[in-house]
Each structure stands twice: as C-alpha cells, then as structure tokens.
Design a protein around this ligand. Sequence first.
Ligand code: PEP
Length: 245
Amino acid sequence: MAPRKLAAGNWKMNGNLAALDQIDELRAACPAPACDVLICPPAVLLHPMAARAGDMIAVGGQDCHANAAGAHTGDIAAAQLKDAGATYVILGHSERRADHGETDAQVAAKAAAAHAVGLIAIICVGETEAERDAGSTLDVIGTQLAGSIPAGADAANTVIAYEPVWAIGTGRTPTLDQIAEVHDFMRDRLTGHMAGAGDCSLLYGGSVKPGNAAEIFAIANVDGALVGGASLKAADFAGIVTALD
Ligand code: PEP
C-alpha cells in the first residue's frame, strides 16, 4: 500500500443548499479523478451533499464530539456524521484550536471517537508565525503529533494535514523546502505513533491554489492537500484535483 492521494476541500462556515451546484460542476470537471476527492461542508449540508456527490466525491465533517451521544448542545457525534453520509472528519483544525481552545488531548479523543465508528480522521497540525520565527516549527509539530494521534490510529483510518497557521487564508505559503522539511519530519515522527506510518497520507494545507498545487504535490511526502478558499469554487478545486492526478 502507498499513501492515498487526497484532495480535500474544507468549506468551513460557507455555503448553502444552492452552493451544492458546485458538486455537479466538480463532477463534470473531474469525471474520473486519479486521486480521492473529499469535500467537508458545514454539517447542515452533509446529508444533501452526500446525496448529490455520488461515488466520485466523498464528504466529511469539520469536527465531532469525543463522546458517542449525550447532553452536548450544539455538538455532533461521529456516528451522526457517518449517518449523514460522511466518511471523513477534519479534527484539530487551527481555527478550532484557536476559536474553541481545543487541546491536543481533545483532538486525540475526538479522533478515537471517529475511528470507533469507522470515520477517517484528518488530524491537523501547524505552527503559528511566531513559532516559525522563533525556530520552533518542528518542536511544535512534533508535540502536536505526539498528543493528537490516538492509540489505534493507522494509515487506513488517519490522515495528517500540515497547515501552517500563518498560511491559512492569507495567500502566503512556505517555501517548497520548508514544506518538504516538515513533511519529511512528520513521516519520520509518525513511525512509532501509528501502524503503517509509511503509508499514511500527509496533506499540505495553506493557500493552495490551482497555480501552486503542482509544485507542492511534486514534493516528496506530500500526498495531497487540504484546501479552504479554493475549494469553494468548483473550477478552482478541479484545478487542484487535476494537479494531483
Ligand atoms: C484551511 O482552512 O484548511 C485552509 C488551508 O485554508 P486556505 O486554503 O483558504 O488557506
């Protein structure tokens, strides 16, 4: 087995029922992609998107609760995501870590809950600009990996996304050498943290666009992308999917 190639779109808190037309456009633009294609819409769009997406496009959640059910107003259980048609869930995105104070331990607990129902967890890690400037990027990534990956994680149920916080939604990206350094480090560090580490998909995320996707995908140990803004327009996301083919 080799790492699965994955183009994953994160719609964040964007989109509505009318925006599901983008799914039809994406299917038309990429009728037979050579990589896995995933869109993670807001939770209310999961079920209708799954119905529109067919076999070619997987759908996923953007978060789940660590508990299976109960008195957690506003939260969503992993089993509910699955019931709505999700096969993946993004966990520990930097916006969740910043806006909701999510810790590595909470991310690991959520990932364990996702695994328990058969969802693939996309666990996000990434340094802030201050941490990069301080020269502590690899320490930060190593700590996040060690704390956010639960027991039982393996290459089949877990994807890791490296997303420098300062590159998300800013139009700025690390140099290709900087991305390569972190991805090589992650591949190395995963050995010991998960079974089949060499086959775990490692995504880069942060201002990926059709214009820079190919050079990023050419980097060793980059197996795809987690894409925010450019996943909202089918034409842009199709350009990224095609670059990964
Ligand atoms: C993200 O939010 O995961 C992301 C990578 O966003 P963008 O592509 O817009 O930088």
